[in-house]
Write a protein that binds this ligand. Structure first.
Ligand code: RM4
Ligand code: MN
Ligand code: MN
Length: 396
């Protein structure tokens, strides 16, 4: 790789940060069961510790996303504890994720529930999350709604739209001027007939109604098969409405597989849209890059390190696209040359450049190898084994 390209790759990596999900370190499963890993995080402290390891080895993950009910079940009174963990493990709290999908009350929905007292409960929880975020100096509140219905005729879709508009506006009005509400969409699961926020258009319209600090969050697993996700990203960039990503890969549905494990070109194309936008506008897209994955079979920390390294590789590759050249080729409709220009960047092996970048930053050249040699996994396996097999152990 030429010096010029290496510089471009390094420059891209300097500013690339990606947030880790606390829930990605805990035991999770499928709807058929949970296979327990002895090393999985049990407590919030374990999750901070694991995220801290990934950050120490990659230098790219200074924040950890928290799901309030799993990580701060006692709410705002636990923010002091979170601050202590952040300091101890050198990772800050990142996005704050409300839990409006698991309590029995939410059986027929949260912000879209026909019962006004349940809708209120959901919005009060989100408002509590805004306060928690304020206390922890976190910018983003990212609600995801499982709301919807399973059978035709069982719910009034338009009434539920209005309830969402009303509730999200109320939550938005409680934001500080530097906070943001990121609205995530998902077309299927757990509601299989209609989901209240099923796609980016619905999220976009709800965000617009909620107010100027609401944006759309794109979870790469939350699309129909073959949907053109980079086109959605381009539209959101065009309207200055993209707030963040939940990255993961998928083969069929919301599989939450390791980023780039199935289709790395997809993620490259998304990053390409962002780099192009930044090149054209001379501004940086203000996007929170976050991981949303749970690894049921792979070791959780290893999978997270793989994910971060893959994200860096694909982000750096996309930075190598020759934008001026591509713009001319597009203008002239030189189709094959334009496509080859994009593919040239994709097929560059950026790994040596990334190793150099890591060396230059005092990081291990191979974070996965360094993790394996660190003894951390053996230590936590021994420490957590008993807690993880205890029948009283729950998700959080
Ligand atoms: C959902 C969605 C949310 C995540 C939950 C746990 O499918 O992706 O972002 O918080 O799962
Ligand atoms: Mn998500
Ligand atoms: Mn999901």
């Amino acid at each position: 790789m030429s010096d010029k390209l290496e510089k471009l790759a390094h420059h891209a990596l300097d500013s690339f940060k990606i947030e880790l999900p606390s829930w990605g370190f805990a035991n999770t499963g499928t709807r058929f069961g949970k296979f327990i890993q002895a090393a999985a995080a049990v407590s919030t402290e374990d999750k901070f510790s694991d995220a801290g390891q990934v950050h120490a080895l990659t230098g790219a993950c200074p924040t950890i996303a928290l799901h309030v009910q799993w990580d701060l079940p006692k709410g705002i009174s636990q923010t002091g504890e979170i601050e202590r963990l952040a300091e101890k493990y050198r990772v800050r709290a990142g996005s704050i994720n409300p839990n409006v999908f698991q309590d029995q009350e939410y059986k027929y929905g949260s912000a879209g529930n026909p019962d006004p007292s349940i809708r209120k409960r959901a919005i009060v929880h989100i408002v509590d999350c805004v306060a928690i975020a304020k206390k922890l100096k976190c910018r983003d509140i990212s609600p995801w709604f499982a709301d919807g219905s399973n059978y035709p005729g069982t719910q009034n879709i338009r009434k539920r739209i209005a309830w969402f508009e009303e509730g999200l506006k109320q939550a938005h009005d409680r934001l500080e001027s530097d906070q943001r509400l990121l609205i995530e969409y998902k077309p299927f699961e757990p509601a299989f007939y209609h989901t209240d926020i099923a796609d980016w258009g619905m999220a976009f319209l709800l965000a617009k109604k909620a107010g100027p600090r609401a944006y759309v969050l794109v979870d790469t697993g939350h699309h129909y098969q073959a949907q053109n996700i980079e086109q959605i990203v381009a539209w959101l960039l065009h309207h200055n409405m993209i707030g963040g990503f939940h990255f993961n890969d998928r083969r069929y549905a919301d599989d939450d597989l390791t980023l780039g494990s199935i289709d790395p070109y997809q993620i490259f194309r998304i990053f390409h849209e962002i780099h192009t936008y930044e090149w054209e506008t001379g501004t940086r897209a203000d996007i929170a890059y976050m991981v949303d994955q749970s690894h049921n079979l792979k070791g959780k920390i290893e999978a997270m390190i793989q994910t971060v390294c893959t994200a860096q590789e694909l982000y750096a590759k996309a930075a190598l696209v020759k934008h001026a050249k591509l713009a001319t080729l597009q203008q002239n409709c030189s189709l094959v040359e334009a496509e080859e220009c994009l593919r040239d960047a994709f097929w560059q092996d950026v790994r040596p450049a990334i190793r150099d970048w890591r060396k230059g930053h005092g990081l291990p050249e191979d974070p996965l190898q360094a993790f394996r040699e660190s003894g951390y996994l053996e230590r936590i396996t021994a420490e957590r084994r008993e807690r993880n097999t205890s029948p009283v152990n729950t998700y959080a």
